[in-house]
Design a protein around this ligand. Structure first.
Ligand code: PEP
Ligand code: CO
Length: 494
């Protein structure tokens, strides 16, 4: 068991721990210069937005809200265009409205965007025609083309990524603040593609009912639905590149602790979640809510360690466990993990990522995912949590607003021959616009209410600790350990 409770934390203490998925820069000095530039730039998000998100995630953990956490596997700099951003936001808002209607709860919208640039990879090198080069690691690290120059880790890309994240976020904030009224009216949505699906009538019935409900609500309150359902939109990315994360980690006036102000919701990937590793060390000390991916190799003991390290004070909304076990494994792997988490008596938000455990190669060797596997894992996830008296409070999806052909199946019945038509991802296959909308309809129609929980239900086993405003009672706080002590001589905030 790793004892971090009494070890001091700084925004650089991760440097003394083993770093999984390291990035080798040929020019270390250039890297330090770029990081210093980033550290001096204004933050992308604020500490009070981060606090609001933590509270909202705490509500989702007890079934009062639902988390929709979705976006690209890896953003590309070429995605930083008005049309792409509009379409991504459009699918996220449409999905959130469908989920709001079906699950009867406010939906917390978190995009994998404005900084989802650095990727973990299963292999550090790639070989083509006898030449071996470093793997493509994401837009802020190197370039996808296959030459030594393109695969060189280039620090300047970190600065460019930071600027593109800022531009993406700026436009996203503007859109969320006002320009999207029609998106909240399903009668304006283009749903012709559902004509091809055997479930067409059901889906259309759902959206018609949604339209009616919206019109009723608008006429009753005299307020447009987009104002009624306005919820802040949050950003998220994998906290993989720790030197970059450190550069965006700051102290703010009149608040204790350190915030990563480069994103609201950083998460730790399945390949970097070692309790003794650098990524867990960095994340344990920041004030943001943290996500951790939980893959099929996670043991109950490791999960307990991670919960104790990352949420020692049992703060509601602090820790989201994003399980991504695969449709074949979830039935056996998830129940013991739920039991282990429950035994810690610490509150966690459970979220299902039905994408990353279901990646496979097509007959022609292309990375893909089957729509049916994704739906099957989601259905099992809701059912298992329900059966065990637990709450599945969110979903985590890889999707795009574009008409890509990367995942098989869905209402369009994409098959292997379609994959070549519009396969544009540099990393993992994403749901396209129509597949994403269909997933939201399926969750809304068949799954989320199957939990049988009503808003206001508390987490079983945690009633002792639950407090209406989401704060932990003093007793709970004392029992559960202290914050990681900060070293008195904290290193500069780079
Ligand atoms: C991802 O979310 O893109 C990813 C790499 O996930 P995981 O860490 O779960 O494999
Ligand atoms: Co991915």
């Amino acid at each position: 068991m790793v004892d971090r409770k009494n070890s001091c934390w700084t925004n650089a203490s991760w440097r003394d721990k083993p770093v999984e998925q390291p990035i080798a820069y040929p020019d270390a000095e250039e890297l330090e210069r770029v990081l210093a530039q980033i550290a001096a730039l204004p933050p992308l998000v604020t500490s009070w937005e981060i606090e609001d998100l933590t509270k909202a995630l705490g509500d989702a953990a007890v079934g009062n809200k639902f988390l929709l956490h979705a976006g690209d596997c890896a953003e590309d700099f070429s995605d930083c265009q008005a049309s792409f951003i509009v379409r991504k936001l459009k699918i996220l808002l449409q999905m959130s409205l469908i989920l709001f209607y079906g699950c009867r709860k406010p939906v917390i919208k978190v995009g994998r965007l404005a900084g989802q640039y650095a990727k973990p990879r299963s292999s550090t090198t790639e070989t083509q025609a006898g030449q071996t080069l470093p793997t493509y690691r994401g837009a802020n690290i190197n370039r996808p083309g296959f030459s030594a120059e393109e695969r060189r880790a280039d620090p300047k890309l970190l600065l460019k990524g930071h600027e593109y994240a800022a531009m993406t976020l700026n436009f996203t904030r503007a859109l969320v603040a006002g320009g999207f009224a029609d998106l909240h009216h399903p009668e304006y949505w283009n749903l012709e593609f559902f004509q091809q699906s055997p479930q067409t009538r059901d889906y259309l019935k759902t959206t018609e009912k949604l339209s009616d409900a919206i019109q009723f609500m608008e006429s009753l309150t005299g307020t447009r639905i987009n104002e009624l359902t306005r919820v802040d939109f949050y950003t998220s990315h994998e906290a993989l590149h720790l030197a970059y994360e450190q550069a965006t980690t700051r102290q703010v006036p009149r608040r204790r602790g350190w915030y990563n102000l480069g994103t609201h919701f950083p998460w730790i990937g399945d390949r970097t979640r070692l309790p003794a590793g650098a990524h867990v060390e960095y994340c344990r000390g920041i004030a943001n809510p943290i996500g951790v991916k939980v893959g099929p190799t996670m043991t109950a003991t490791e999960l307990v360690e991670l919960i104790e390290i990352l949420n020692p004070r049992d703060i509601a909304g602090r820790l989201t466990l994003i399980h991504r076990l695969g449709t074949e494994h979830i039935g056996t792997h998830l129940p013991p993990l739920i039991e282990a988490a429950r035994a810690t008596q610490k509150r966690v938000l459970w979220c299902c990522d039905p994408m990353h455990g279901n990646t496979r190669l097509s007959g022609s060797g292309v990375k893909t995912r089957r729509f049916d596997d994704i739906v099957s894992e989601l259905g099992q996830a809701f059912a298992i949590h329900e059966r065990m008296g637990s709450i599945l409070g969110g979903v985590h999806l890889e999707l795009t607003g574009e008409d890509v052909t990367e995942c098989l199946g869905g209402a369009q019945e994409l098959d292997e021959a379609d994959l070549a038509r519009a396969y544009t991802t540099h990393v993992d296959p994403r749901l396209n616009y129509q597949q994403a909308l269909e997933i939201a309809l399926l969750i809304s129609r068949d799954m989320c209410r199957a939990t049988g929980r009503q808003p206001g239900a508390s987490h079983p086993g945690h009633d002792r600790l639950d407090h209406p405003d989401g704060e932990t009672e003093i007793g709970g706080r004392c029992d559960s350990g202290a914050e990681p002590p900060e070293c008195t001589a904290t290193k500069r905030s780079l």
